[in-house]
Design a protein. Structure first.
Length: 66
């Protein structure tokens, strides 16, 4: 709930958001799965989901070739 709410609030304030799937957890794994599924299903309206390595590689590439 906290991650999803934070992403929605940030999006409402004009931020582009990405959720690092492998850097989040929940005491109920099905809650995390539901949050990931909802964010993915919304097609980037609230944000995107990716693994930490993919995010890191994209940032390195972006800053290596400004």
């Amino acid at each position: 709930v906290c991650v999803q709410t934070t992403m929605r609030e940030a999006n409402d304030r004009g931020y582009e958001c990405i959720l690092a799937d492998d850097a989040t957890a929940s005491y109920f794994p099905e809650f995390k799965a539901a949050t990931i599924a909802m964010i993915k299903a919304q097609g980037g309206i609230v944000g995107w989901v990716a693994e930490v390595d993919a995010i890191s590689s994209a940032l390195k590439a972006a800053y290596a070739n400004p």
